[in-house]
Design a protein around this ligand. Sequence first.
Ligand code: TRP
Length: 78
Amino acid sequence: MEKKSPSANDYIVIKAKEDGVNVIGLTRGSDTRFHHSEKLDQGEVMIAQFTEHTSAIKIRGNARIMTSCGELESEAKK
Ligand code: TRP
């Protein structure tokens, strides 16, 4: 299959592997702070993009993350 070249508006897919996974959006610009926090329960999926307002996404808890640069899993602190 042809590998799609990464684009700035690719979607990030986050699938929660436990209850209470947090998807946190961080602001773009000189001031980097949380601007949105979304709680996902087990099996719930969030599909998000980087935008004019969001330059980084932080994920807390056990989740599967799919992006154009790869697939990985976040883990909760033990
Ligand atoms: N209002 C936010 C924005 O347009 C919504 C958003 C987009 C968001 N991507 C996100 C929130 C990723 C959290 C995580 O930027």
